[in-house]
Design a protein around this ligand. Structure first.
Ligand code: GDP
Ligand code: MG
Length: 187
């Protein structure tokens, strides 16, 4: 556990979205400037930290990452209670969420509604949500238009950005936007 003595604020943020959209690589790009072409599926819950300067303050973001099945709801748990316990501990206290889809897979975009329902059910009401269309480097494989991402974000009142964890495009901006918005609300 990193100490919070070297920062002015500590924010909990989470990554959500279908599996293989690039959540873990966005996190490793932001936290360690690393990208892995053959990254393994995340098992359980992992997290990483990174300090960011907002104005003259140092904000430490604790960023949670998980297996990211189609939704937590699709995991098979022995009982509904167990599912709710795990899901709510992931969301508990999260001040920001990065909701990620893959611009080359329309299905991951269509599932966003379900993710938003879950975020609103389990998350805090004033949670900052940044919608991220990842893999923008794969121009020839694009299935989701930038406009569609933008429209959904406007409709749902979210920030929006397209990123490439691979080419390191907008990754820093997306996280910093989320962290800055949280700072404006929480600090
Ligand atoms: P997660 O299941 O959402 O955590 O997804 P991962 O981070 O494990 O990534 C799934 C796959 O997509 C891996 O093979 C990554 O190398 C690849 N990937 C992730 N981000 C990008 C990206 O921005 N561009 C490209 N081309 N591939 C990516
Ligand atoms: Mg992962």
């Amino acid at each position: 556990m990193a100490s919070d003595e070297d920062c002015d604020y500590l924010f909990k943020t989470i990554l959500v979205g279908d599996s293989a959209v690039g959540k873990s690589n966005l996190l490793s790009r932001f936290a360690k400037d690393e990208f892995h072409l053959d990254s393994k599926p995340t098992i359980g819950v992992e997290f990483a930290y990174r300090n960011t300067k907002v104005g003259d303050k140092i904000v430490k973001a604790q960023i949670w990452d998980t297996a990211g099945q189609e939704s937590f709801g699709s995991l098979t748990f022995s009982s509904d209670d167990r599912f709710r316990a795990i899901t709510s501990s992931y969301y508990r206290g999260a001040q920001g969420a990065m909701l990620v889809y893959d611009i080359t897979r329309n299905g991951t975009f269509e599932h966003l509604k379900k993710w938003l329902t879950e975020l609103r059910e389990f998350g805090d009401r004033d949670m900052v949500i940044v919608l991220v269309g990842n893999k923008s480097d794969l121009v020839d494989l694009r299935e989701v238009d930038t406009e569609d991402g933008k429209k959904l974000a406007e409709l749902e009142n979210l920030c929006f950005m397209e990123t490439s964890a691979k080419e390191n495009l907008n990754v820093e901006d997306a996280f910093v936007e989320m962290i800055t918005k949280i700072y404006e609300i929480a600090a």
